[in-house]
Design a protein around this ligand. Sequence first.
Ligand code: SAM
Ligand code: SF4
Length: 476
Amino acid sequence: MTRQPKPPARQITAAELAEQQRFGALVRQYYLDRYADPPLAFVRTFGCQQNVADSERLCGMLAEMGFGFTDTPEGAAVILFNTCAVREHAEDRVFGNLGALKAVKRRRPGTLIGVCGCMAQQEHVAARLKASFPHVGLVFGTHVLHRLPELIWEALTGPGRVIEIPEDAVIAEDIPVRRDGRFKAWLPVMYGCDNFCSYCVVPYVRGRERSRDPAVILREAEELAAAGYKEITLLGQNVNSYAGGITFPQLLERINAIPGDFLIRFMTSHPKDATPALFDAIAACEKVARHFHLPFQSGSDRILEAMNRGYTRAHYLSLIQYAKDKIPGVTFTSDVIVGFPGEERADFEQTLDLLRRVEFASLFTFIFSPRKGTPAAALPDPTPAQVKSAWFAEMTALQEEISGRRLAQMVGQTRRVLIESAEDGQLETRLPENTVIRVPYAGDPAAVIGRRAWVTVTQARSWMLQGVLDADSVSD
Ligand code: SAM
Ligand code: SF4
């Protein structure tokens, strides 16, 4: 795997789209000819929000082909695993779950089992699937998701298994979407990544950065707002390098101007490209959440350099300070990796120090996982696994203390929340910074889920808050 120059992003043509619709009609007819009931699909998503957004498109195409959906593999005519390659653990889970599908295929030989997404885009994984998972009939990478109808047709009617992992990345618009949520929507603004952080497989499996046309993004955002969505999350591996003819801050301003009561979130920002202009735009856009997910990965300059992150801890801290000064009440979450090759205790302590200084609302913490083909996987890594695990536990404990302190300070506050779900007589509501507040509720949850209300925080627990709902304040 070598770093390639950036090719221009090609958009699929109307003729290509029509061709897929033709294959879709053939698939629909295939099942109509053979079975009395409409076929069912089981789609399981592993990994990040981009994968969730991709699965919503896979399901959109499946629905157009006449599939219904089931939440168990038993009884499904098509089983699709949309996979993640970011850490070894994620891949192991997919292989484990795939192994369990052997029995399903034995019982129902007509079942088509497919593996797609980031894992499938790696040649060594495709080779392993081919050699050791004969019950998997379809393997396809991240760049051909829009060709699902054609690939299913080939797998159903062709002579053998279908493996399709081309390298050339495209932008596919006008793909039908079957959204998982009724009031929270994912809206990809760009695909791929050009950053090549030394530990990360994403640039290899998702290709070079390519930005969607702002007119298409705005149209989709307008449709979501008109359909009553309460939260729109703009997705990209590094949204600050959005290059669709306008800048990301300009895109935020345009979406902010769409009428409606909805919150705009975005992820992920890369500290090397997060500019004051971004924070200024957020300060000026009332619909944008006062919350940033800004991964720092390590608090040590030596490790940041080895990670090829392109910024220093001082730069990161200056960004945080700028945002805190500019946006009252702003909160931060972040990603951090423990045990990068060559990380020493002194480096790790720099990470702990950064945690104390920023006071993140919460953290996504990972132990370094070597990824085949990335530069970091080839580095000497003398730190024993037990030491890394101990550091990980130490960092988690520190963050728990910081999060707990922050939550305790919120007792007594009255805040506007989104009511998301209900369980055991309690509503689960969420603040823009993602903190959960549970409130007792005696009424019918279905009447309030997906709406907003004011909640007063009464008690802090370890990872969430307890509160009381002002029932008269529930509004759309
Ligand atoms: N593009 C985003 C960014 O740069 O922050 C995140 C992409 S990645 C899917 C999500 C997180 O996984 C990263 O922020 C990083 O903390 C973690 N990650 C990526 N590669 C990893 C690896 N090889 N080992 C452990 N964690 C990893
Ligand atoms: Fe991976 Fe770095 Fe790109 Fe994020 S910015 S996806 S960590 S290479």
